[in-house]
Design a protein around this ligand. Structure first.
Ligand SMILES: [Zn+2]
Length: 138
């Protein structure tokens, strides 16, 4: 594990893949949560409704109220929101131009599920997204 890695538990991965499959052809989105600390550890997927306007292709918008509530609930349990996830039902798990424009919180890792279920993770930053290595855990 290095500081840039995302430790991803199988349960969280299965949950967000199921969410992505259920939401298709719309994008699915949600939050990743795990133990507090510097390491990015995701052992829980918290689905959000996609609040992007109906008819908007290839877009997602996480419910801000759900995000705030999750931050409070996780903190109360010694945990934190470590990232966000969304799906690309028609393309590879690479950040889109819209994703780049929408990334403003550089402390949250982005996990993207591609059309074939493959996942890649990215850290947003001032120079754009940098890929994070996904380390699987059961
Ligand atoms: Zn995207």
């Amino acid at each position: 594990m290095s500081a840039a890695d995302l430790l991803l538990h199988d349960g969280a991965l299965a949950a967000l893949r199921a969410h992505a499959a259920a939401a298709a052809p719309r994008e699915a989105c949600g939050l990743l949560a795990g133990p507090a600390g510097d390491a990015a550890i995701a052992d829980e997927a918290l689905p959000s409704p996609n609040l992007a306007p109906a008819g908007t292709e290839d877009a997602f918008e996480i419910d801000a109220a759900l995000h705030l509530a999750a931050q409070r609930e996780q903190r109360a349990r010694g945990r934190r929101v470590v990232g966000i996830y969304h799906s690309h039902p028609r393309s590879a798990p690479l950040p889109s131009a819209r994703d780049r424009a929408g990334a403003w919180d550089f402390g949250l890792v982005w996990l993207i599920v591609g059309q074939d279920g493959a996942c890649r993770a990215w850290w947003p930053g001032p120079q754009g997204f940098v890929e994070a290595r996904i380390v699987r855990a059961s």
